[in-house]
Design a protein around this ligand. Structure first.
Ligand code: SF4
Ligand code: SF4
Ligand code: SF4
Ligand code: FES
Length: 895
C-alpha cells in the first residue's frame, strides 16, 4: 500500500520536484513514478499496470531511463523521489520494450482469429506498436481450457501473467478468489485451491485482463468487438447507478462491459474514490432479461376469461374509454396508480402528471414506498433535503463508517466496494451492526452481531453512550440548548445495560463504537434495509440524525447520514413527485407556492391539498370499492406483498386493472388490459442514483416486438383523455422538468451539500424527541426470526428473468440456517421443516448458511416458492405509510 499516499488526505507527503524528459514536474514524495509520468499526459506502455491497485511490476513494458542507473527501470514500481532525472523515450527504451513484447509472444498462441479479445487486446496493440514480426520461435503451452466457472472461461495459454485479475480481485474487491499456480511448467491463474471458481462473479477480472485469457461465457465466439453496437448507459438493477456499455447486435444483447478495463488504466488514483468503473454480477451478467423470449410483444385485452393479443389502437381505445367512463361516473378519486422505480425520471414525472392532470387524483405511489420513503421523510424533516448527505467519494474517504442494518454487498455491491476502499486505502474504522454475518462485517474493524429487530435499540444505545461519555460536540449542542435538553431527557430512561441485554452486544462495545464515531474527523452513517424497511424505520433514521447532530457530524464536510436505494431510481421517483405527499422537487403536496407554479405550468387545477392515498391506502380503498380503476406500471404487488395485505382481494374488486410491463406478471394475469412496455435498454432517459447523481439511460437497441417505452404510452393515454401533450422524446420531457426544477440535471457529480438541522432542532424537535426513545420493541415470542432479503445475484423479481443469474443463484426453495442451529435440531442439509408464524405454516427444505446468525433463518425475497412471504405480518408506519414485511417470529419443526 506504500504507493497510495497521493489520494489519502490523512497522509502527509512532501511535495517534491523531479525532471521528466527535461521538464520539471512536482509530485508527492513516494508515489509511483509511473503515476507521475502519466500525470504529465505522457502515456508509456504498461501491460500489468492498473491505477486501481498497487503496481505489480511483471510485464517489463513501463521502462524508463533514470540518470545514474545503467539499466532501464520499471517506472510502475519505482517510487518518485526528489531530484530524479527521468527519460521516457529513445531507441534504447523502444528496443527494451520490444524485447519484452517478444518474450510474451514467445509463449502466447497466435489464435487471434478465434479469440474474443481480438481487436481489444493489449498484447496485439503492443506487438503492432513495436513492430514485432519474428514469431517463428513461439512455444505452445497446450494448457486445457478451464471452463468450470458459470460465467468465465480461463484459457491460460493466452495468459501473460500480469496478475491484473488477481490484484483487482484481491486489492480492489477484497474477495481474493484467484491465485497463480505453477502447472505444467507455467504460471497459471486458477481459482483459489484450483477448484471451480466460486466468487461474487463480478467479472472485474475479465474486464482488466489485457489479453483473451479470461473470456465471457455469454458472448464467447459470437462476435468480434467491432461488430457490436456499444451504448453507454446506466444499470437498471440497483441504486448505485453503475455506468455500463451495452453491446448489442440488432435486437440481441450480446454482452455488457464496464468502464473498468485494461484500456482505461491511466486514471488518477483519486478517481477510484468516486467509483472504479466496475460492475457487479447483476450488471455484467444479468442482461438476458432484456431480449428474453418471455417479453411481452403485443398489447393484451381481457375477452371473457382470456387475455388476447390485440393491436395497440384497440387496446388504447379500450383503456382510455374505461378510464374516462369510470372517472365520469365515480369521480377522479376512483382511480389510482402505482409505478416502479425502475422507470426513468422522465417517465416518473409524466406518470405523476398524468395522475394529477389527466385523472385529477393524488392517489399515486412508487416502489420507493417499500422503505426508501422512511429515509426521505426523515431527511426532509430534519435536514430539509430528502436524500443522502454524502456521495461515494465522502464514503470512501471517511475515517469512521457506521453501517447499521445494511447488507451492502448483497443489495448495493458497488457501494460496498467503496467501503472496502475506505478500509483498505483510507484505513477507516468500520463498525457494522447487523443481525447477519455480512460480508462487510467480516472485513470491518468493528463487527457487532445484533439480535434481529434490535437496530432501533442499538441506536438508542449509541446516542445514550455518546451523551454519557460526554462525546458531544459543544458547538453543535450549544446552538440548540432546548433540543439537547429534550434529547437528554428522552434518553434518560435508556439503560445501556438493558440495551446490551436486548441487542446482544456488550455494553463496552457501545461505548467503543460511540467513541470511534464521535472522535473521528470524517464520520458517516449508512443505514439500509435493516432500518428503512423495518418497523420504526422513520423514527430510527431520525435517531441516527440525533446521533450525527450531537457528535457534530451534521453539516460537516465528509460527514453525514446516508442510505442506499435498492432499485435504480427510487430517489428519482420521490424527486419527481411520485408520492401523494410530494410534488416534483420534493415540495410538499400542500406547498401553495409549488402548487401555483405547477398549476400554471400545467394549466390545470391540482387535486385538493391534503388529498391522495399511498400504496397501502390505495389497496385498502380498492378492497372497499372506493377505488375502481388501478393503473400499474412495472410493479407486481401480487408477487411482492404478503398474503396478509390481501392484494388479490383488492385487485379482484377492481372494475379496471391496467398493467404496463415488459413481462406478463402475476398481477398482469389479473388485468383487464396489459400494455407491453420496453426495458430501459430500449429507451432514453435518466436515473437518479443513491448519491443524487442524475445519470443517462440510453437506448441500446430497437424495441422488441410492439413494446413501447413507458413515456410514450403515458403520453398517448394522457392525450386520449383530453390532454395535449406534445412530447416526442425523453429530451422534451427533460426540458419541461428543467424549467420546473432548475439544476436538477446535474449530470456528472452531485453537488456537495452541507445540510443544517437548525430549523428542525428549533421547531418542535423537543416535543417530538420525547417519544422517540420510548418505542418498545415487540418481543419475538417464537424461537426463530425469519428474515427475507436480497441476494447479491438478484434484484427484486427482475433478475429472476435472467437465466444466467438463475444458474448462479437458483431458487433452492430452502430456508437458510446457521449450522449450529441445524446441528442442535438434528437437521441435515436438505431436510424438510415446517415453519410456523402467527399467519400460518409453510413447509420448506433447509440449507446450511454460515452467514445466517443463530436463531434466525433467511429466505431470499426474490422467490415465492414456497410462499414464505405469506408468513409475514405487515406493519405500516403511521407517519410514512411504509409497509414493513421482511421479518417475523417463527417456530421451526422437523417434519
Ligand atoms: S469474477 Fe470478480 S470476484 Fe470472481 S474472480 Fe473475478 S474479480 Fe474476483
Ligand atoms: S488471466 Fe489475464 S489478467 Fe490474469 S494474469 Fe493472465 S493475462 Fe493477466
Ligand atoms: S446492480 Fe448495482 S452495483 Fe451492480 S452493476 Fe448494477 S448498479 Fe452497479
Ligand atoms: S507496467 Fe510496469 S512492469 Fe508492467
Amino acid at each position: 500500500m506504500g504507493l497510495k499516499p497521493a489520494t489519502n488526505p490523512d497522509v502527509e507527503a512532501a511535495t517534491i520536484e523531479l525532471t521528466i524528459d527535461g521538464k520539471t514536474v512536482t509530485a508527492k514524495d513516494g508515489v509511483s513514478l509511473y503515476d507521475v509520468i502519466s500525470s504529465t499526459g505522457k502515456i508509456i506502455p504498461a501491460m500489468c499496470y492498473h491505477y486501481t491497485f498497487d503496481p505489480f511490476g511483471s510485464c517489463g513494458m513501463c521502462l524508463v531511463m533514470q540518470e545514474g542507473k545503467k539499466a532501464p527501470v520499471r517506472s510502475c514500481t519505482a517510487k518518485a523521489t526528489a531530484g530524479m532525472i527521468i527519460r521516457t523515450e529513445g531507441d534504447d527504451l523502444f528496443q527494451a520494450r520490444k524485447k519484452a513484447v517478444e518474450k510474451h509472444l514467445s509463449v502466447h498462441p497466435l489464435d487471434c482469429p478465434v479469440c474474443d479479445a481480438d481487436g481489444h487486446c493489449e498484447l496485439q496493440d503492443m506487438a503492432f506498436q513495436h513492430g514485432v514480426t519474428n514469431l517463428a520461435n513461439a512455444k505452445q503451452k497446450f494448457i486445457p481450457e478451464d471452463t468450470r466457472s458459470l460465467v468465465l472461461d480461463f484459457n491460460m495459454n493466452r495468459c501473460i501473467a500480469c496478475a491484473e485479475c488477481i490484484n483487482v480481485c484481491k486489492d480492489v474487491l477484497m474477495i481474493d478468489a484467484l491465485q497463480f499456480m505453477k502447472k505444467g511448467g507455467f504460471n497459471q491463474v486458477v481459482a483459489k485451491g484450483d477448484l471451480p471458481l466460486s466468487c461474487e462473479f463480478c467479472g472485474d477480472c475479465l474486464a482488466v485482463c489485457p489479453v483473451g485469457a479470461i473470456t465471457n461465457k455469454f458472448s464467447k465466439y459470437l462476435y468480434k468487438p467491432w461488430q457490436m453496437k456499444k451504448t453507454t448507459t446506466t444499470c437498471n438493477y440497483c441504486g448505485d447507478g453503475c455506468q455500463m456499455y451495452l453491446e448489442t447486435k440488432d435486437t440481441e444483447v450480446i454482452r455488457v462491459t464496464s468502464p473498468l478495463s485494461w484500456k482505461n488504466k491511466w486514471g488518477d488514483r483519486a478517481d477510484t474514490a468516486k467509483g472504479h468503473g466496475g460492475l457487479c454480477v447483476k450488471g455484467r451478467f444479468g442482461f438476458e432479461y432484456i431480449d428474453s423470449p418471455a417479453r411481452l410483444k403485443q398489447p393484451l385485452l381481457r375477452k371473457g376469461n382470456q387475455l388476447v393479443e390485440v393491436p395497440w389502437l384497440e387496446a388504447m381505445h379500450a383503456v382510455v374509454d374505461r378510464f374516462a367512463d369510470l372517472r365520469k361516473k365515480h369521480g377522479p378519486d376512483a382511480i389510482a396508480g402505482l409505478i416502479t422505480a425502475r422507470c426513468t425520471n422522465e417517465e416518473l414525472y409524466l406518470f405523476q402528471k398524468l395522475m394529477r392532470v389527466a385523472f385529477r387524483t393524488n392517489n399515486l405511489d412508487s416502489s420507493a414506498r417499500y422503505g426508501h420513503m422512511n429515509f426521505v421523510r426523515a431527511s426532509k424533516l430534519a435536514l430539509g433535503i430528502g436524500r443522502t448527505t454524502n456521495d461515494w467519494e465522502d464514503l470512501t474517504k471517511a475515517k469512521a463508517v457506521l453501517v447499521i442494518g445494511s447488507n451492502l454487498t448483497e443489495t448495493n455491491p458497488l457501494t460496498s466496494v467503496r467501503i472496502k476502499e475506505a478500509i483498505r486505502v483510507y484505513k477507516a474504522q468500520v463498525m457494522v451492526f447487523d443481525s447477519a454475518i455480512t460480508n462487510l462485517g467480516k472485513l470491518a474493524s468493528h463487527p457487532y452481531l445484533i439480535k434481529p429487530g434490535t437496530e432501533g435499540v442499538v441506536i438508542d444505545g449509541l446516542v445514550k453512550a455518546a451523551i454519557e461519555l460526554d462525546l458531544v460536540d459543544e458547538d453543535s449542542v450549544k446552538k440548540h440548548p432546548q433540543a439537547f435538553a429534550a434529547l437528554k431527557s428522552a434518553v434518560a430512561t435508556v439503560s445501556l445495560e438493558q440495551v446490551a441485554a436486548k441487542t446482544g452486544v456488550a455494553l463496552e462495545r457501545f461505548k467503543e463504537a460511540a467513541q470511534i464515531f464521535a472522535e473521528s474527523p470524517r464520520s458517516i452513517i449508512l443505514c439500509a434495509e435493516g432500518i428503512v424497511r423495518q418497523p420504526e424505520g422513520y423514527q430510527n433514521v431520525l435517531k441516527l440524525m440525533d446521533l450525527a447532530w450531537i457528535t457534530g457530524k451534521l453539516g460537516q464536510p465528509g460527514c453525514g447520514v446516508n442510505t442506499v436505494t435498492e432499485e435504480p431510481n427510487e430517489q428519482g421517483a420521490v424527486d419527481m413527485g411520485v408520492a401523494p405527499e410530494f410534488l416534483p422537487g420534493l415540495a410538499s403536496f400542500d406547498d401553495q407556492a409549488m402548487r401555483d407554479k405547477l398549476a400554471k405550468s400545467w394549466d390545470v387545477t391540482l387535486p385538493p391539498a391534503g388529498s391522495g392515498a399511498h400504496l397501502t391506502e390505495i389497496l385498502k380503498r380498492c378492497r372497499s370499492g372506493q377505488i375502481r380503476a388501478l393503473y400499474i406500471i412495472g410493479e407486481n404487488p401480487l408477487a411482492t406483498l404478503p398474503a396478509s395485505m390481501d392484494v388479490r382481494a383488492a385487485l379482484d374488486r377492481l372494475e379496471l386493472l391496467v398493467v404496463q410491463d415488459p413481462f406478463l406478471t402475476e398481477t398482469g394475469h389479473m388485468a383487464h388490459a396489459v400494455l407491453p412496455a420496453t426495458t430501459s435498454a430500449e429507451k432514453d432517459g435518466t436515473f437518479t442514483n443513491l448519491e443524487g447523481r442524475v445519470l443517462r439511460v440510453r437506448q441500446g437497441m430497437d424495441a422488441l416486438g410492439e413494446s413501447v417505452p413507458d413515456w410514450q404510452i403515458l403520453t398517448a393515454l394522457a392525450n386520449g383523455l383530453g390532454c395535449q401533450w406534445e412530447y416526442e422524446s425523453a429530451n422534451d420531457i427533460q426540458t419541461e422538468i428543467m424549467k420546473l426544477l432548475p439544476g436538477y440535471y446535474n449530470l456528472g457529480q452531485p453537488k456537495k451539500i452541507l445540510p443544517t438541522a437548525d430549523h428542525y432542532l428549533s421547531n418542535g424537535y423537543a416535543a417530538a424527541a420525547a417519544g422517540r426513545y420510548r418505542t418498545a420493541r415487540s418481543e419475538n415470542a417464537r424461537p426463530f426470526t425469519l428474515l427475507m432479503g436480497q441476494l447479491l445475484y438478484h434484484s427484486g423479481k427482475l433478475s429472476t428473468l435472467a437465466p444466467g443469474l438463475i444458474k448462479i443463484a437458483p431458487n433452492t426453495g430452502r430456508i437458510r440456517m446457521n449450522p449450529a442451529d441445524m446441528e442442535r435440531m438434528g437437521l441435515q442439509d436438505g431436510a424438510m421443516v415446517k415453519i410456523t408464524s402467527d399467519r400460518g405454516s409453510v413447509q420448506a427444505g433447509v440449507q446450511l448458511d454460515q452467514s445466517v446468525a443463530p436463531n434466525t433463518c433467511f429466505f431470499p425475497e426474490h422467490f415465492n416458492e414456497p410462499p414464505l412471504k405469506d408468513l409475514m405480518s405487515v406493519h405500516v408506519d403511521a407517519i410514512t405509510g411504509v409497509p414493513s414485511f421482511k421479518r417475523t417470529g417463527v417456530t421451526i419443526e422437523k417434519v
